[in-house]
Design a protein around this ligand. Structure first.
Ligand code: HQG
Length: 184
């Protein structure tokens, strides 16, 4: 993606995950907003985005962060596929996870994680990756060396922990207790 589209993607993430009120929007219960309403709100708040740019971001986004889907009235709606801090219910079904999942983080966070487990913080869920390569990219967003943690998802599921998979393949769960975590 070129620089303009990266900028638009970051703006959309901010509005659709964290601060819809910053452009005067409210998301519906499942996080959707009408595309036309979103574009009008962005334009009115000095952050102009055209429908073509939005479509290019949705299509070209390496993580498929956003999903567009028609509402009951046939009008296009958009939402972020995961990562919210505002209260939305993505209504993702509980799904049996792969046997193992991974989490990339900073090496400095590992002692605390091995003490209290992976906690969701301000997000709605702990985010887990399907492979170490993805986990490494996630962990590299943090300062300092990256640590890759392996999560025994099969044992967690057997113990009654619930998992959901977002539209873009990120696995979500409420909390990963330390006993299911192993540093690779
Ligand atoms: C850490 C990006 C100390 C955790 C990525 C992480 C992902 C603890 C940080 C998505 C801890 C939270 C989410 C504990 C967890 N003690 N540190 N007990 N438990 N942590 O950003 O998983 O680009 O909320 O290891 O690709 O890093 O936004 O979560 O470092 O999919 O689409 O607390 O965000 O996607 O950080 O990343 P985050 P994350 P987007």
């Amino acid at each position: 993606m070129n620089g303009d589209l990266v900028r638009v993607s970051k703006r959309l993430s901010a509005v659709l995950r964290h601060r819809p009120g910053s452009v005067g929007l409210t998301l519906d219960e499942q996080g959707w907003v009408e595309v036309d309403t979103l574009l009008a709100a962005m334009n009115a708040h000095g952050r102009p985005v055209t429908r073509d740019m939005l479509d290019a971001v949705v299509a070209g986004n390496d993580k498929r962060r956003f999903a567009i889907s028609p509402g009951a009235d046939g009008r296009d709606r958009i939402r972020a596929s995961q990562g919210h801090s505002v209260p939305v219910d993505l209504a993702l079904p509980d799904t049996p996870p792969p046997a193992v999942l991974f989490h990339g983080t900073s090496a400095g966070a590992v002692p605390s994680i091995l003490e209290s487990g992976l906690v969701k913080g301000r997000r709605h869920a702990v985010h887990l990756s399907v492979d170490t390569r993805t986990a490494r990219v996630v962990g590299a967003r943090r300062a300092g060396p990256v640590a890759i943690l392996e999560v025994d998802a099969a044992a967690m599921a057997a113990a009654g922990h619930r998992f959901q998979c977002s539209a873009n393949g990120v696995w979500l769960t409420a909390h990963v207790p330390p006993t299911f975590i192993r540093r690779l």
